[in-house]
Design a protein around this ligand. Sequence first.
Ligand SMILES: [Zn+2]
Length: 203
Amino acid sequence: MLTRRTISSFVAACGLALVLCASGAAQAQEFVYRDGSTRAPTVEEYLKQAGAGAKFVAHGKLTIDGKRVNCGKRPTVINPNFDSWGGAFPGFLILNTKKIAGLSTQVKLYVYSHECGHQFIGANELKADLFAIRRGVKWGWLDAHGIEEICTFISQLKGDAVHPPGPKRCKLMRNRFRELTEGSGQRADSAPPSGAQMLGPPH
Ligand SMILES: [Zn+2]
């Protein structure tokens, strides 16, 4: 449950400087609500502003490369014109399916889960990263190969006012992955042979 305070800090960081943000070259997108205010839009308001290309996907209906995903009961807005891979406002997620199209399945799931993390832990980017890694291990879609793909992806990002540099994010996620998978019989520090099973749930 987001407290009022959490929501306002969330809005400040994620609403103004949207989120998984931006390639090394691009700046974090500033979401400025049409009337000039910076309060977070409702999903209806966001859809209206995003225009014809945007699509509402109810919770429970979203699949990523055939895998059903959810973020509690939160819906997702698919927006091919969004500046980043994904974004989050309190109560809903944004996914740019056009921009994530070239990413591997595990990186796509990381993007979605990172944005989902903001729904639960607020604006902190590193915590949202770790939320995604924990989820990936727990739900069984993240393996040692995937963590390296995520690292390759994120390490290109230089960071900005709210996002630490990509290599730092990579290191923290890799460490968390190791912690979570140690003793599971999987080697976390090298890619498994192709066709290896993904990590199963912890029990
Ligand atoms: Zn983020």
